[in-house]
Design a protein around this ligand. Structure first.
Ligand SMILES: [Zn+2]
Length: 249
């Protein structure tokens, strides 16, 4: 059930039997020549909605404005500073807790959200808060490796592009037909959580916006399979978070 499409009475009834909520977190930033600006938000939202349906969970509106300062040299990117995002999430968590949502599951689609989300979870150490990115589960990771191997890369990944192709639209590859510059595993590790350089330098380094990801390998069929695998994994993990909470109703 989507929170934004529920009435307050429906939410009150839901809270009598469950204190769980899934909060999708994405971004609004360039995703290469064939990736939609909203890719991260779309992926997190669609996986969250599918998982919620399977697990009978409530889904909060997607947090699509998040930190992406390194992509600000590409038009269309909208970025919040980390302190602003962290403060925003902290206030939302406080509000959810006050209503009785005591199991908060952040389903993430953007690396740079992870550090601020973890700091918020630390602040509310007594609450049940779990943070997972949709690509983390083993079944999903296996699919990504099978489909794309090293060409999954870091940004504008074929797997995230595939999901948006399955749910929204396919943009012709254009520039992205040719593979991007390959990046090393070491580079990926050193830049995990989107620890990239300043905007101008980042665009000079990755002129078309792809960071080692061969987006053109994406297909809507892959996207459908990735979505299904991620939905099932997140539903299971969400129910596991809930299982530790005191019974209601
Ligand atoms: Zn992304």
């Amino acid at each position: 059930m989507r929170l934004d499409l529920a009435t307050w009475q429906e939410v009150e009834t839901y809270l009598q039997t469950s204190g769980g909520i899934i909060v999708p977190t994405g971004s609004t930033e360039q995703h290469g020549p064939m990736g939609l600006i909203g890719t991260d938000a779309i992926c997190a939202e669609k996986v969250a909605e599918g998982a919620a349906e399977r697990a009978g969970a409530m889904v909060a509106p997607t947090l699509a404005y998040t930190p992406a300062p390194f992509n600000m040299a590409f038009p269309g990117t909208m970025s919040l500073s980390e302190p602003v995002f962290e403060a925003l999430v902290a206030e939302l968590v406080e509000g959810l807790l006050s209503h009785g949502f005591d199991c908060i599951y952040f389903l993430n689609g953007h690396g740079a959200n992870l550090a601020p989300l973890a700091r918020v979870a630390d602040r509310f150490a007594g609450a049940r808060i779990r943070i997972r990115s949709w690509w983390e589960a083993e079944a999903v990771d296996t699919l990504r490796k099978t489909y794309y191997g090293d060409w999954e890369g870091m940004h504008a990944t074929p797997s995230e592009v595939a999901i948006t192709q399955a749910t929204h639209r396919v943009v012709p590859p254009g520039l992205a037909e040719t593979p991007p510059r390959k990046i090393s595993r070491d580079f990926i590790e050193r830049h995990s959580g989107d620890r990239h350089g300043p905007p101008k330098q980042h665009r000079e380094q990755f002129p078309d916006g792809r960071v080692g990801s061969h987006s053109a390998l994406a297909t809507p069929q892959h996207g459908g399979a990735l979505l299904k695998a991620a939905e099932a994994a997140v539903a299971e993990d969400y129910l596991d978070l809930l299982a530790g909470a005191p019974q209601r109703g």
